[in-house]
Ligand binder design. Sequence first.
Ligand SMILES: [Zn+2]
Length: 124
Amino acid sequence: MVSCNVCGERPAEVKARIESSVLLVCGQCASLGSVIARLGAQVKSQKFFAAPAKEQEVGEELVEDYALKIRAARESANLTQEEFALKLNVGLAVLKAAESNKRLDLQTAKRIEKALGIKLLLSQ
Ligand SMILES: [Zn+2]
């Protein structure tokens, strides 16, 4: 338990702004400034910020301009996004995400490489 930054006697209960500093203070000393947050509530909210489950990291394995390469190669093959998605047997949303540089999983990247004869993966 942290003790009050002001009196040092009672346990700190709240985070308060007193003059220009933010301090952890007890209930009594909090009245010297304005309360920003209760410490109990703050501890709870930390759970909210827990690290999200790791998404599959593929960024490092793909060439930087994969989105442009896919689009350019697809267009020169005279395929619309719909046609190409069908050819790849992937959802249109998957192809759109790839062409807008949002997301591309390795399996799809490999299929696109084969279908268009381009290189998307760094490790090949
Ligand atoms: Zn105090």
